[in-house]
Ligand binder design. Structure first.
Ligand code: TRP
Length: 327
């Protein structure tokens, strides 16, 4: 009898130990704190919006900072070396995901790891930036969102607001793959329409004023792609173009808010939220190699009324009635 009781006790004990460990493991997984490292190229309004809304997107999926999420946010200071160092630090810290905001940040992250998943945000052209082989099947440790825009739609808007332009000035940073790709599209558009493109390029923000001045005197309109350097110097650029009464078309809502005349672009809050969702999927175990790059399909018109007034331009009623965002 004693033996049987001992045996029973042993079985019960063993079972309860199993039960307890089982539970313990489960709650360990539930209590895991995920580490996310964010590299943001530089702080300008659009990239800040993207970062804030991707964190909100993560939260909507149940990943909350201070609860089950640790976020290490680092500003890349617009410098490749700095961004590579940040990426190396994230690799050393064994973060679960690296989030890269803007093209050069994603390029820096990928140069430091092909193992840790990278989710990028707002990459205009992930293929020409050599981040993915294809948007549908990225095939590696990288995926994310794209803010690809159709240049012909922005030029269509320009035709409506300021018809009959012949010469388009292109102001951008040649070091940004995201800009170079859009300017190629612009040149193709211009060739088809028999228009002329005059380029004036910069390598950093200190060159923007002079480069803008060069275009102000000889172009009917000026265009900037989704260029981080120009987005960081909108005040300088718009001062030049408003003085010369040159309509300055841009590529992002923030660039319109900061003085550009108009654009036909995406909503970066939506893009940020979508990026947050993708990061959550990766934290939940999804494989970046099979997660298609997400492109935003909802484009809207943004117009800066103050700039239109400064240029003495009337925004066509059609555009206003069509639901343009007047900033
Ligand atoms: N698309 C840019 C890139 O690929 C990043 C970006 C997002 C941006 N929003 C912007 C640049 C607004 C200029 C303005 O690097």
């Amino acid at each position: 009898m004693k033996k049987i009781i001992t045996l029973l006790l042993t079985v019960v004990l063993a079972a309860s130990t199993l039960f307890v460990t089982g539970c313990g493991e489960k709650s360990d997984a539930e209590n895991k704190t995920f580490k996310v490292g964010i590299i943001q190229l530089v702080e300008h309004p659009s990239l800040d919006t993207i970062r804030e809304s991707l964190i909100a997107g993560l939260e909507a999926e149940g990943f909350k900072e201070g609860e089950n999420l640790e976020i290490d946010y680092q500003n890349g200071q617009n410098d490749m070396g700095t961004m590579k160092n940040i990426a190396q630090k994230f690799v050393g810290d064994e973060v679960d995901v690296i989030v890269a905001i803007a093209t050069p940040a994603a390029q820096a992250a990928l140069s430091e790891t092909t193992d840790i998943p990278i989710v990028f945000a707002a990459i205009t052209d992930p293929i020409s930036a050599e981040l993915v082989a294809s948007n549908d099947e990225p095939g590696g440790n990288v995926t994310g969102t794209s803010d690809y825009i159709a240049v012909d739609k922005i030029m269509g808007l320009a035709e409506e607001i300021t018809p009959d332009f012949r010469t388009i000035g292109a102001l951008y940073n040649t070091g940004e793959a995201n800009s170079v790709s859009v300017i190629e599209d612009l040149k193709a558009y211009a060739e088809e329409k028999g228009l002329k493109v005059v380029t004036s390029t910069v390598t950093n923000t200190s060159e923007v004023q002079q480069a803008a001045q060069k275009l102000a005197d000889k172009c009917d309109i000026v265009f900037s792609p989704i260029d981080n350097t120009i987005a960081s110097s909108m005040q300088v650029a718009t001062d030049v173009f408003n003085k010369s009464k040159t309509p300055f078309y841009v590529s992002a809502d923030s660039m319109v808010k900061d003085g550009g005349l108009a654009t036909y672009g995406i909503d970066y809050t939506v893009l940020g939220n979508e990026t947050g969702k993708m990061i959550a999927e990766v934290l939940n175990g999804a494989d970046t190699a099979t997660m298609a790059v997400k492109t935003m399909s909802d484009l809207q018109v943004y117009v800066n009324q103050t700039t239109a007034d400064a240029l003495g331009l009337e925004i066509p009623q059609d555009i206003i009635d069509g639901g343009a965002n007047i900033l």
